[in-house]
Ligand binder design. Structure first.
Ligand code: ZN
Length: 296
């Protein structure tokens, strides 16, 4: 299941009003703790009394707070009306800019955060995997260029971007970052994107990697020269099966970059419990692997 979820308290903020296309309004009063989640184009809001409201993102016409209209529901201008827009409004209302700022370590439960590892390019890494609700959660597994986790066997027969075999792969380009094939961009929207090979290389060269446990989950912690760190759980891999294998033993993270010589392979980061715990390598693109996003 691919989903993004966020929880907020509108403390110190004004009432948030969501305006729907049928003319109805949803008022979220001051100091209300609520949770919002989107699955595909459906958005679910759970209020403190447990009442859940469900709607399509196409139904939101406008967001207002303190009587100020945002113009349309598309607050962040990415072409979609969804949880990310509401997060932007809440940030403005609450007087903080969590969605824009970066941190050296994941600061609270409003994931994903941009983590600053002091990298030369200024690239920020997400604190958690796409599909995960916390940093050590495994999140979803994706075949390369797919943007949803499939509840079926992962193989060349089922892979979306080929005709049933490794030698019939569709040309998705050399770099799928920020395209319709980017699982980070599609699920989390701009500025999130899959890391390129160069960005993984930069992470590889400018951080130390240690196999460790976070809240009981095995994985690799990358620490930058500025003390910033991210944890990548050993989420395993799916191949010729519906079941994820090697959970707790391997981490396999796709880059956005295809193998220049073999179009049925892409570059990925391999993590395991033997030093140096990290390796950049190639993997057949029909495998199900994790995606960790970056923001520029
Ligand atoms: Zn976080």
């Amino acid at each position: 299941m691919v989903m993004a979820a966020v929880g907020w308290t509108t403390a110190d903020a004004q009432t948030l009003v969501l305006h729907f296309s049928d003319g109805t309004l949803l008022n979220i009063e001051m100091n209300t703790k609520f949770r919002m989640m989107n699955i595909g184009d459906r958005i679910f809001v759970t209020m403190p009394d447990g009442e859940q409201v469900e709607y399509s993102r196409d139904d939101i016409r406008m967001l207002t707070y303190e009587g100020v209209a945002t113009g349309s529901g598309d607050v962040n201008g990415d072409g979609n009306v969804d949880v990310a827009d509401i997060a932007s409004v809440i940030d403005i209302m609450a007087g903080h800019q969590a969605s824009q700022g970066s941190f050296t370590n994941c600061p609270n439960a409003n994931h994903p955060h941009k983590i600053d590892l002091g990298l030369p390019s200024g690239t920020k890494w997400a604190c958690c995997n796409v599909g995960a609700l916390m940093p050590e959660a495994y999140g979803d597994m994706f075949a390369w260029g797919e943007t949803r986790m499939r509840n079926e066997v992962y193989s060349w027969t089922t892979y979306t971007h080929c005709e049933g075999s490794y030698d019939t792969c569709h040309d998705l380009g050399m770099n799928i970052a920020k395209t319709a094939y980017d699982a980070a961009t599609v699920n989390w929207h701009s500025p999130w994107r899959m890391p390129t090979f160069d960005q993984y290389r930069e992470l590889y060269d400018n951080t130390t990697a240690v196999w460790t446990k976070q809240n009981g989950i095995n994985g690799v912690k990358f620490t930058g020269k500025n003390g910033g760190s991210i944890f990548l759980p050993a989420a395993g891999i799916i191949w010729n099966d519906m079941v994820v294998e090697s959970r707790g033993e391997l981490g396999c993270y796709w880059s956005a970059t295809i193998d220049q010589n073999y179009s049925y392979r892409a570059i990925y980061l391999y993590l395991s419990n033997s030093a140096p715990y990290k390796r950049l390598s190639y993997r057949e693109i029909a495998y199900g692997q994790s995606v960790r996003a970056v923001a520029e």
